[in-house]
Design a protein around this ligand. Sequence first.
Ligand code: E4P
Length: 217
Amino acid sequence: MKFFVDTAEIEPIRELAATGLLDGVTTNPSLIAKSGRDFMEVTREICGIVDGPVSAEVVALDHATMMKEAEVLRKIADNVCIKVPLTVDGLKTCKALTGEGTMVNVTLCFSANQALLAAKAGASFISPFVGRHDDNGFDGMDLIEDIRLIYDNYNFATEILVASVRHTTHVLQAAKIGADVMTAPPKVIHDLFKHVLTDKGIEGFLADWAKTGQSIL
Ligand code: E4P
């Protein structure tokens, strides 16, 4: 499963990229606003840090303006992935852009039928928002299971990008279902490394090692 980080903050992206385990980045208008940075400038900087897809979202609601915005965004770098909302105009834009060989991430997906439409529109990624789905009394992971089943039934190449991930259990469940990608805030990715028994084990080994009086270097 590929790991994307969901942020527009440069330092956490650099830190995770240095692990060699980061496959891409997702941003959205709210994350750009939170960063306080210029959209073009911060997106260009992120694209220089990671080789994988960096999602940059259009803000227009109509197809013609979405295409114009995408034209500006895709010039930023080769690894920009244009993010469009799951609307009629968003999917028209998706179809046009992917037809020209541009990567597209269809965002704000909350139903398996929406995901089916995105795949038919040739989306590179579909982003079902599991956390927001859970918040509204649904089970986000049921949605991922349904999309996996449908995409496998028809051999769609669209990658399932599990978004709005809130905790490490979402990551585990997404991996068990066979989602292609997950995007999570930096903290959730850092939490994946942690286990109390790992810390305890290191402590014990180092205490015993100190008793030997030896050193490796
Ligand atoms: C994904 O591309 C979105 O930016 C993101 O996962 C939304 O997450 P949220 O529901 O925590 O805002």
